[in-house]
Design a protein around this ligand. Structure first.
Ligand SMILES: Cc1ncc(COP(=O)(O)O)c(C=O)c1O
Length: 461
């Protein structure tokens, strides 16, 4: 799909701050540091242009250009060019309150001074070395995660799907070695989301993500989320003839699947069954982990500890990093059994360390709880005023979902109308709108968010 003109959302003019020139000229102080030496005449990208040294011409604001990017995303017609804290600007100078944050990624907001400083220093020191060697930043980040969680050791990779791939390999090895299973099974929930690589997407209990990519990876079985009897029935049928299940993989709160928090009673039951049989309980904390729920990890809301959990998204605050964190009891992957070229490099780990430190220094966990609660109350008030169109609010901390009345509104149309009011939101399924702003959001931003949302709803009358 070629870029569509940004004019589709041109109604977002109330927050206009000059034009594109302004957007570029008024950039934040240290951005040039990051692009030092890559001016428009740099030959670094010269091979792409019409001559070996031709710079790539920047598209003009709103210009429709054919795209060389593969067509794997249904993109909104919006081009974001800069950001500051909870705000982002498009290529026409329109300002948006960002309740997407790169889909629960930009923990410290956009252009965070602390992250910029730390990354610039790290770039000037050492950016990447191989896992052939010890990496102090990686050791430090692993220790920092272990100190704040039930885990003892950490493997680093680059994304949520990769973290789950590592968890799946760990589970299979556990099944083979500890339970003597030749073809180990992993149980996951319907409506879950674990990523797009082949095993992670197979773990994802949503058939629409499988279609066209069969055969899927063998060894996955699904049950309805938060349904104890259904889980027991599946476990019993899988193990009718002896050990067959290596692990249960669950999100503490299902994000993509519609913002459904886990039920503590259900998770306690799963924990019990896993303990009885020597099955691993692995939690996918990729979206809810690293403070987004108001606690460090989603499992803290559920009264259980996992044997292992996965992280990505918010851990790097925008720098790609993923992690598999394990208790010592299931730290069973040995040298040569799993690896990643980029995983845990000094730059990514510096980002992770800075995110963890800033969450503590700025006391963001209590802020997330407070702002999340106020935002939730305001959204609930909106639901009370529009019961014909809005169905309810769910979630923890700053991962909230506004459920729509499916006959009245769809999530994509609300997201589009919100964009026209200078507010960025993301659907979680067809009839839930998701709020995952940076954790540095202030109460006044929450008020502004709801005002803009209400104006967006008025547009859809
Ligand atoms: C719970 C969960 N797990 C895994 C993933 C996949 O992460 P990534 O896109 O970084 O591979 C996501 C992404 O949305 C997620 O929400």
């Amino acid at each position: 799909m070629p870029w569509a003109p940004a004019s589709n959302v041109s109604a977002a003019t109330h927050d206009r701050e000059g034009g594109a020139d302004h957007a570029i000229d008024s950039g934040h102080g240290s951005v040039p540091e990051l692009v030092d030496g890559l001016d428009s005449k740099s030959s670094a990208f010269g091979h792409v242009g019409s001559s070996p040294t031709a710079p790539i011409p920047a598209p003009r604001p709103g210009e429709v250009t054919p795209s060389a990017v593969m067509d794997t995303y249904a993109r909104f017609p919006l081009t974001l060019v800069r950001g500051k804290d909870v705000w982002v600007w498009d290529d026409r100078g329109n300002r948006y309150l960002d309740a997407v944050a790169g889909i629960a990624v930009c923990t410290l907001g956009h252009s965070s001074p602390a992250l910029r400083r730390a990354l610039c220093r790290q770039l000037a020191t050492l950016q990447h070395v191989s896992n052939l060697y010890r990496i102090p930043e990686q050791e430090e980040l692993a220790a920092a995660i272990a100190q704040r969680s039930c885990a003892d050791r950490v493997f680093f990779c680059n994304s949520g799907a990769e973290a789950n791939e590592a968890a799946i390999k760990l589970a299979r090895k556990h099944g083979h070695e500890r339970r003597g299973i030749a073809r180990p099974l992993i149980l996951t929930a319907e409506a879950s989301f674990h990523g797009r690589t082949l095993a992670a997407v197979t773990a994802t209990g949503q058939p629409r993500y499988h279609q066209g990519f069969e055969p899927m990876v063998e060894g996955f079985r699904y049950f309805p989320y938060n349904d104890g009897p259904a889980f027991d029935a599946l476990l019993d049928s899988c193990e009718a003839e002896g050990p067959a299940v290596a692990a249960v993989l669950l999100e503490p709160l299902q994000g993509e699947g519609g913002v459904h928090p886990g039920d503590p009673a259900f998770f306690r039951l799963v924990r019990e069954r896993c303990d009885e049989r020597g099955i691993l309980l692995i939690l996918d904390e990729v979206q809810i982990g690293v403070g987004r729920s108001g606690r460090w990890w989603g499992y803290e809301h559920l009264g259980v500890e996992p044997d292992a959990f996965t992280l990505a998204k918010g851990l790097g605050g925008g720098i790609p990093i993923g992690a598999l964190a394990v208790k010592a009891s299931c730290d069973i992957l040995r040298p040569g059994e799993h690896a990643s070229t980029f995983g845990g490099n000094p730059l990514a780990c510096r980002a992770g360390l800075t995110v963890l430190r800033e969450i503590e220094r700025r006391q963001l966990l209590s802020r997330v709880t407070h702002v999340g609660q106020r935002l939730r109350e305001r959204l609930e008030e909106l639901v009370r005023r529009h019961p014909d169109r809005l169905a309810g609010v769910r979630g923890w901390g700053l991962l909230l979902g506004l459920a729509l009345q499916p006959d009245a509104l769809t999530a994509p149309e609300v997201v589009k109308a919100a964009m026209a009011e200078g507010l960025l939101l993301v659907p979680a399924g067809a009839s839930v709108v998701r709020f995952v702003p940076p954790l540095v959001i202030q109460p006044r931003h929450g008020r502004e968010l709801v005002k803009r949302l209400e104006r967006a709803l008025a547009r859809l009358r």
